[in-house]
Design a binder for this molecule. Structure first.
Ligand code: OAD
Length: 241
């Protein structure tokens, strides 16, 4: 790891692996979500247009399920890092970008999370273009509380749609001294390209994962193991404990 005094701004990218030990299926594991479902059926605008009931039911089940899960030590450690890093390095920042649509980072104490692929617990009204917190089902087509049109859809970025808050993410990558990727396979762009971008912009790069990801060669360092163990260890090390 780079000497700590050279690290000021940290960008962390998380994927499904950080929530795996909380009991949320990853996408590309054996028995994972994409093995049970065709991506084009449940995670594309075309799939939604073709069979909205199938898609709404799929996300209703996922929305219900995540509310029964709890954050694990990896989520808690990242929350701690965000709170304590600026005290340790005045002016230092931690930007947490997640591809996950669960809320376990927030429940693990992270205050400011960039959900680039959206969130299970918000809905998007395609009629009035508002978003709001939503914990119940959508299958019965409830009206939008704002405009009363039954046009609510999961606020999840599907394949073919543009991820959220990319401008902010790019700025954070430009300013990063350290880029850390946790529990993501590196299979889905643009997130999979962040490591290369960060590295070319001068950041050190670290991968924390159960196994090497597709972009493993772009990382200066890789630490393999379950997120619930290796993330708290890395955070402790960074905070000098
Ligand atoms: P994947 O399912 O592709 O990859 C999960 C990664 O987590 C793999 O690299 C595993 O090795 C790792 N992993 C599994 N268990 C772990 C553990 N206990 N500790 C640490 N790592 C572990 O999930 P993502 O990379 O997040 O997008 O997938 C990226 C995007 O593809 C998702 O956001 C989703 C999906 O299609 C959309 O739906 C738009």
């Amino acid at each position: 790891m780079a000497a700590m005094q050279t690290i000021r701004n940290i960008v962390i990218l998380t994927g499904a692996g950080v929530s795996a030990e909380s009991g949320i299926d990853t996408f590309r594991s054996a028995g994972g979500l994409w093995e049970e479902h065709r991506v084009e059926d449940v995670a594309t605008p075309e799939g939604f247009a073709r069979d909205p009931d199938l898609v709404l039911r799929f996300y209703d089940m996922r929305r219900e399920a995540i509310q029964t899960k709890a954050p694990n030590p990896a989520h808690h450690a990242l929350g701690r890092l965000e709170r304590e890093w600026p005290k340790q390095v005045p002016g230092g920042t931690v930007t947490l970008v997640t591809q996950n649509v669960d809320d376990l980072h927030e429940r693990g104490g992270s205050l400011s999370v960039i959900h680039m692929h959206g969130e299970h617990l918000t809905v998007w009204c395609t009629a009035c273009d508002t978003r709001r917190r939503w914990t119940g089902p959508l299958i019965h087509r409830p009206p939008c509380p704002e405009c009363e049109t039954p046009a609510l859809r999961p606020d999840v970025v599907w394949f073919g749609e543009v991820p959220y808050r990319m401008d902010e993410i790019i700025v954070a990558l430009q300013e990063a001294d350290l880029f850390v990727s946790i529990g993501t396979s590196g299979a889905v762009y643009p997130a999979a390209g962040f490591v290369r971008m960060a590295r070319e912009l001068g950041a050190r790069t670290l991968e924390l994962n159960l196994e090497h990801s597709q972009g493993s060669s772009w990382f200066d360092e890789t630490c393999l193991g379950p997120a619930s163990e290796i993330v708290p260890t890395w955070v402790d090390e960074l905070l000098g404990r």
